[in-house]
Ligand binder design. Structure first.
Ligand SMILES: Cc1ncc(COP(=O)(O)O)c(C=O)c1O
Length: 386
């Protein structure tokens, strides 16, 4: 009996106690948006992926239709009629009322985070990042340079410490990276604090990069207007992705918006051949931007399921951070044990808190059905409850 076979059977067995029996019929991703029957495909024949903060429902049906319709064009680079990288850039610029030369596309926002390292990290201490965050820019710097970047530990409330960050800025600082909401904490900075930080710190020699990978999942009323900062000529770089709210992680499209000068600096690190974005990625991203209701639906659904998880964790007396995203950071006391005890249930998670929070684990929010099974597994861990 192979491990995957075992996990799968065991998982479905457990699942059947809390879910409907029809769960085993494979269905097409996205076609039955938010219906409670997408368990089969989201297992990916492997593990239940509660570790990458993906949209568990997949992209909108309109996006799937568009990708399918143009599969016969995969012999072409991403430049045909509507579905051209320049059109995608243009669309992003128009939506945000900025100029086209203020937008850069990346092979996922991951590529943009690496561009930041190459552009701003050549000298010692020229980059400042939170010590607990999405670590790409700093980790890439560790790999390609002999020197370290400055890492600022989170404050007592596990928020990015803007005061300490401000104090760490010197004339040599070229980039401050802020992730809002932060990964792995899921916490968002108070809007006024972030805005005044950007106004104070961003300058012609120091770019403040704000990674907004999860911004679409926040309540719109709590969301900082970082585009306004850009229009007011503060040197901020806003990084976004189609991977999370739009459900397109596998197609690898991200982008950044900044001043024309900052985008020109990044372009210098980017040997642009039609944007290096895949043709289906461009088709999907353009269609996703046109489908204006899908993200709202996912935001609501994610909030609903997240609240369900939070209430259950409250019942178990398990500590977690209130999240603004599609993941929750939970104090599981012993992250290794937690992880290994979830394995037989078919769940894969990451420890999440890094060296500063070793007892915490980051849990992505899946479908309600997945989370019910997850919570049932957690309920069985008596050692974990307070
Ligand atoms: C905060 C943050 N930024 C950027 C990324 C990279 O996403 P992608 O390269 O898929 O756009 C992730 C992925 O998990 C993330 O959590």
């Amino acid at each position: 009996m192979d491990t995957l076979g075992f996990n799968r059977r065991k998982f479905l067995q457990i699942g059947s106690t809390v879910a409907v029996a029809s769960a085993v019929t494979p269905i097409t991703y996205g076609a039955s948006l938010f219906k409670d029957d997408i368990l089969e495909l989201s297992t990916d024949n492997e593990n239940l992926r509660l570790f990458s903060n993906e949209n568990p429902y997949g992209p909108s049906p309109k996006v799937l239709d568009a990708i399918t319709k143009y599969t016969n064009r995969v012999n072409r680079y991403a430049s045909f009629h509507t579905y051209d990288t320049n059109n995608l850039k243009k669309m992003i610029a128009e939506r945000n009322n900025i100029k086209e030369d203020q937008v850069i596309l990346g092979h996922g926002s991951f590529e943009i985070l690496c561009m930041l390292t190459r552009t701003f990290g050549k000298e010692e201490n020229s980059i400042i990042v939170p010590a607990t965050t999405f670590n790409v820019t700093a980790a890439f710097a560790d790999r390609i340079f002999d020197h370290k970047v400055k890492r600022i530990v989170l404050n007592q409330a596990m928020n990015i410490d803007l005061e300490a960050t401000k104090k760490a800025v010197t004339k040599d600082t070229k980039l401050v990276y802020i992730c809002n909401p932060n990964n792995p904490t899921g916490k968002a900075l108070p809007v006024a604090e972030l805005v005044s930080f950007c106004k104070e710190v961003a300058s012609s020699t120091c770019t403040v990069a704000i990674d907004e990978a999860y911004i679409e999942l926040m309540n719109p009323s709590d969301t900082p207007d970082t585009i306004k900062l850009l229009k007011e000529k503060h040197n901020v770089l806003i990084i976004r992705t189609f991977s999370k709210a739009y459900g397109l992680a596998g197609l690898r499209v991200g982008y950044a918006m900044g001043s024309s000068e900052t985008i020109a600096l990044l372009n210098h690190e980017f040997y642009n051949f039609g944007g290096l974005i895949s043709n289906p990625g461009v088709v999907a991203s353009i269609t996703a931007l046109e489908d204006t209701t899908y993200v709202d639906e996912y935001r609501k659904k994610n909030q609903e399921v997240r609240t369900y998880v939070e209430k259950s964790l409250d019942t178990f007396d398990i500590k977690y951070l209130k999240s603004n995203t599609n993941f929750i950071l939970v104090d599981v006391k012993d992250a290794k044990r937690f992880r290994s005890e979830l394995k037989p249930f078919g769940f894969a998670i990451v420890p999440g808190g890094g060296k500063h929070y070793p007892t915490w684990a980051r849990i992505s929010i899946g479908t309600l059905k997945e989370m019910k099974i997850f919570l049932k597994a957690v309920d069985g861990m008596n050692w974990l409850k307070a």
